[in-house]
Ligand binder design. Sequence first.
Ligand SMILES: Nc1ncnc2c1ncn2[C@@H]1O[C@H](COP(=O)(O)OP(=O)(O)O)[C@@H](O)[C@H]1O
Ligand SMILES: [Mg+2]
Length: 231
Amino acid sequence: MSPILTARDVTKTFGVQPALRGVDLDLHEGEIVAVRGRSGCGKSTLLHCLSGIIRPDGGQVHFRGERLDDTGEAHRSELRRTRFGVLLQHGHLVAELTAAENVALPLLLGGGSRRAALAAAATWLGRLGVAEAAEQIPGRLSGGQSQRVALARAMVTQPEVLFADEPTGALDSLAGELVMQLLTRVAREQGTAVVVVTHDATIAAYAERELVLRDGAVDPTGLGVAVGTGA
Ligand SMILES: Nc1ncnc2c1ncn2[C@@H]1O[C@H](COP(=O)(O)OP(=O)(O)O)[C@@H](O)[C@H]1O
Ligand SMILES: [Mg+2]
């Protein structure tokens, strides 16, 4: 089976600081890949390049054979709305909308009826254990509730690829594991491929595969730290 998403030699530099120094990745349908590494190693930047939020400086990203990195913002944002689900590291819920309306938003933007969109939102909020938050505005939610609402919003369109940046960072370990169990099940049932950024080894253990970054490059040791050769 050929991968649905590929990255080849992806580079990105902010100013003079290289954030990614040539990263390769193959992602298959229904596969969960954890991206791990220390703070600042380039995890979020990689996720932004893969999902088309930013364009890499070099290298290529393909989704189902179509080159993403050199297409315009309009097309990339349409892909994010229709075929990708994206949970950013800092939630970004719309402050004026209730949790349920936030989750329904991608369906409403896609032309769905309000009734169907809110029903789907309720289903996802329930699956993620935050049904009670449905009518609250984001300002009244706890960090853990906000994170699950943002995840529900990323999942509600049944995306082909889910990009989740530290989706369990604000959750206690039990809630974090429940979220990962749900992601694992959805990936299997819907064939959704998942790229999950985490620095938590317990969370990464739910993935089939790990990509460990160190200073913007894939760390072949998988340890994410400098290792002396002893020589
Ligand atoms: N928008 C930006 N402007 C300038 N530097 C950035 C920006 N985004 C990330 N960086 C830098 O790129 C490196 C990688 O950041 P990031 O991808 O956020 O790491 P991680 O998610 O692994 O913590 C860091 O040195 C960070 O300071
Ligand atoms: Mg990050």
